[in-house]
Design a protein around this ligand. Structure first.
Ligand SMILES: Nc1ncnc2c1ncn2[C@@H]1O[C@H](COP(=O)(O)OP(=O)(O)O)[C@@H](O)[C@H]1O
Ligand SMILES: [Mg+2]
Length: 311
């Protein structure tokens, strides 16, 4: 019988299935058992245990939550509970902070990582909105704090544009607005992957011609990109500030400030897809190894902790 068990919920599209197979094999080689497909959507709580597909989540030695699909409130709530009991990657608290763009920017800034200039404005504070527009030089971005893939991000240019969007804003249920100065940059970014405090991979993305959003879902294209040390260190520092075991840090070069700025920190950064690997984006192996090392250390840590408790 295996000494330790890792539970996993990993995305399956875009080559995820092959990645999962490799992780499972590598863990098995180290004497660690793996249970996959632990989607907490199917979990039930009864008799004092969280059960998912016949597995007691409370008895796992580690849980890897790595599925980019949108989580239901139920799933998310259980993720939080599991994370309190079982060493979970990413740990829920850091995940929750990083999922929120305002909280991320604010924490990063407080700890010395530069982000685009930002504001949080209450929904009735039109003066605050106008002031932001002025202070940001007439170009700003409204960002949903929990958005992804570039969706819902809107550029607002000038006070007239602000007046035009106001009626729409008033119709929404939003209670506050997260705004950023629109950064002048070359419409390319860096996605830096960090696992366990170490740099594991990088690629670049370029916005389509005439556009400014680099997300692939917004038509952006991926290219091989070598980051310099400054970019790597910025990403490592960002992951550390948020306390994330795994992070994908989005960075651009602000041409006005003449420095790199962190846009956001992703908690489930995708491995390179088979198509991206064809382009020469070849960090998957490295990332898998770092993840397996982290999981191995995590289960051994848990085992040690239990021994201490029993003693
Ligand atoms: N302040 C900004 N100035 C200019 N472009 C931005 C700014 N913030 C985001 N973008 C562009 O929009 C894209 C999506 O923003 P991001 O904050 O990464 O959110 P998402 O979670 O939707 O990816 C970025 O990749 C970048 O191309
Ligand atoms: Mg992004």
């Amino acid at each position: 019988m295996s000494l330790s068990t890792v539970g996993m919920w990993l995305y399956r599209n875009g080559g995820g299935e092959q990645i999962q197979r490799k992780i499972v094999h590598k863990l098995q080689d180290r004497g660690i058992k793996c249970i996959t497909g632990l989607d907490l959507k199917h979990a039930q709580v009864k008799n004092g245990a969280i059960n998912c597909n016949g597995v007691s989540m409370d008895e796992l030695d580690a849980f890897l939550s790595y599925n980019a699909g949108e989580q239901t409130p139920y799933q998310r709530y259980l993720y939080q509970m599991v994370s309190h009991v079982t060493p979970t990657i990413n740990n829920f608290d850091s995940f929750a902070i990083a999922e929120d763009k305002f909280q991320t920017s604010h924490l990063l800034n407080l700890h010395g990582v530069t982000t685009p200039d930002y504001r949080l404005v209450g929904r009735d504070d039109y003066e605050g909105l106008k002031q932001a527009m002025t202070d940001f030089g007439g170009k700003m971005i409204y960002k949903p704090v929990d958005g992804w893939g570039g969706s819902g991000i809107v550029k607002i240019e000038g006070e007239n544009a602000l007046k035009t969007v106001l009626p729409f804003i008033e119709q929404t249920e939003l209670r506050y607005f997260y705004l950023e100065k629109f950064v002048t940059y070359d419409n390319t970014d860096y996605r830096i992957d960090i696992v366990d405090g170490k740099f594991v991979g990088c690629y670049g993305r370029k916005a389509p011609k005439g556009e400014w959003k680099t997300n692939i879902t917004s038509g952006g294209s991926v290219f091989v990109r070598e980051p310099d040390q400054e970019v790597i260190e910025l990403a490592i520092k960002s992951a550390k500030i948020l306390g994330l075991e795994i992070a994908g840090v989005d960075i651009i070069y602000d041409q006005e400030r003449e420095e790199y700025v962190v846009l956001e920190v992703n908690t489930i950064p995708a491995f390179a897809t088979p198509e991206q690997e064809q382009l020469g984006i070849n960090f998957n192996q490295h990332k898998i190894d770092a993840l397996v090392n982290l999981l191995e250390r995590t289960v051994h840590y848990k085992a040690r902790e239990q021994t201490i408790k029993v003693a």
